[in-house]
Design a protein around this ligand. Structure first.
Ligand SMILES: C[S@@+](CC[C@H](N)C(=O)[O-])C[C@H]1O[C@@H](n2cnc3c(N)ncnc32)[C@H](O)[C@@H]1O
Length: 435
């Protein structure tokens, strides 16, 4: 097992859209509720039918005026809706106009366009510069991970159907692709809602949910994180590419998906995101895309000539080996290996993940006491990482600390000190005099 010191902050990969695979556990009962009394203080309505998983009851709650009247529905427990609904942004009428402006101003620099073999996609209508925010959108529907995993498929479909039908913007949801959803089924619109949801949902983490206690065994204080599977209407039109020109992250504080250009995008170019870990070699990427989203990727990284494809796959293997080595505190990684990692990301066109390579290069240069190069890479890491992961990440904090004071950062000369210590300890048998 690689040894990673606790102060060495790991970077996690981007979150792909969630997998439609579900583990079912038996549902105990279905309950009918009268609609909740509508008070002027609460914008939430609850659909009449709820479903149980173990001791928890899940219902569809709708906030119809949220996000400029697009609305939002959550499938979760009554106690969680009390918590979430009492805090920003879900206690606001219009999350998108709260605090942060919508950039770029309308009209957006893209339009929905049929793409041969891919259904609809979004195509740039004007030049979009690297670093521009292209979209910011709140979810139409969010399904609590416990409900997603625990509810029987039929029960989940009922709650999803209620949640979608409660949305003022349901037409937008119902117009989305259902290409990756399973089976036709006999439930007409409920089956279609399920197929759309499983084709388009993203894993989203809502952080720092203040617990009030109550009907569930809710911990007092704060629930650190609550996982949801969420569908965003406009974002869902983005097709996949293995060298995407957009990156995204979910901002828990505003409950919005933020999508940025990772390189300059020219008019007529399709806007793309990655659905899978794009540092994997092509057979792994293809297998995941086919199993989960039912398509074969035809992007340039997947359809290169065999000898070019073989080189690209070899680079991916090399890149993953190097990353493991650099993340292993006990191994003999060097700044040169981190520089090589940067080059491999560049050769693979992985602008969307470059901040990971910059992060490792910053640590390695600081690790040998070269603060100049370390600060340069820390700056590059922050420049890209803030767009693609948001401000609320441990690596952002770490890179800011390195920029402010390289010699005070935990990584300052850590490789040199380690080497000196090893040499001081000496090899077994060293120091003994013969004879
Ligand atoms: C989230 S939707 C993307 C938008 C969709 N094309 C539409 O018409 O609304 C995912 C589905 O789009 C299609 N898709 C996405 N990326 C693709 C690609 N690179 N090649 C072929 N089909 C793709 C697949 O059918 C996939 O299941």
């Amino acid at each position: 097992m690689p040894s990673t010191p606790s102060h060495r902050l790991p970077l996690s990969s981007t979150q792909p859209p969630s997998s439609p695979t579900i583990t079912n556990t038996p549902t105990l009962s279905a309950r009918r509720h009268p609609p909740p009394p509508s008070t002027p203080a609460s914008p939430w309505s609850r659909a009449p039918i709820c479903r149980r998983v173990g001791h928890s009851e899940f219902c569809a709650f709708t906030h119809a005026t949220f996000a400029s009247g697009h609305g939002i529905s959550l499938i979760t427990t009554p106690s969680r809706i009390l918590l979430l609904g009492s805090q920003p942004p879900l206690n606001l009428t219009d999350a998108l106009s709260s605090g942060d402006d919508v950039i770029p101003p309308p009209p957006p620099p893209y339009k929905p366009t049929p793409i041969p073999g891919k259904g609809l996609g979004l195509v740039a209508t004007s030049l979009i510069r690297a670093g521009t925010r292209v979209m910011r959108a709140t979810p139409a529907i969010m399904v609590d991970d416990v409900a997603f995993r625990g509810l029987r498929r039929g029960d989940l479909k009922v709650l999803l159907g209620q949640g979608v039908m409660g949305l003022p913007g349901r037409e937008g949801f119902l117009g989305l692709s259902d290409a990756a959803g399973e089976g036709e089924g006999e439930n007409g619109v409920l089956d279609r809602v399920w197929r759309i949801f499983s084709t388009n949902a993203f894993r989203t983490t809502v952080k720092g949910v203040k617990a009030l206690g109550g009907e569930e065994k809710a911990p007092q204080g704060w629930e650190k994180e609550v996982e949801f599977h969420s569908t965003f209407v406009e974002v869902s039109r983005l097709n996949h590419a293995c060298s995407p020109n957009l990156g995204y992250y979910f901002d828990s504080a505003t409950l919005s998906h933020r999508v940025y250009a990772v390189r300059d995008i020219f008019p007529g170019e399709e806007l793309t995101i990655s659905y899978v870990d794009v540092t994997q070699p092509s057979p792994k990427r293809q297998s995941l895309l086919s199993q989960t989203w039912s398509f074969t990727c035809t992007c340039p990284r997947c359809t290169a000539e065999p000898h070019v494809l073989a080189e690209s796959d070899a680079r991916c293997d090399h890149l993953n080996r190097l990353r493991r080595e650099l993340d292993d505190y006990s191994a003999s990684a060097t700044p040169e290996k981190a520089e090589l990692l940067v080059t491999l990301y560049e050769l693979e066109g992985l602008e969307v993940r470059m901040y990971e390579a910059y992060y490792r290069a910053a640590l390695e240069w600081n690790g040998v006491g070269d603060s100049g190069r370390a600060v340069r890479y820390a700056r590059l890491c922050l420049d890209r990482g803030l767009l693609l992961r948001g401000p609320d990440r441990p690596f952002v904090e770490s890179m800011r600390a390195l920029v402010a004071d390289p010699t005070g950062h935990w990584s300052w000369r850590f490789r040199v000190v380690k080497k000196e210590r090893e040499e001081g300890e000496g090899a077994p048998g060293e120091g003994k005099t013969e004879g």
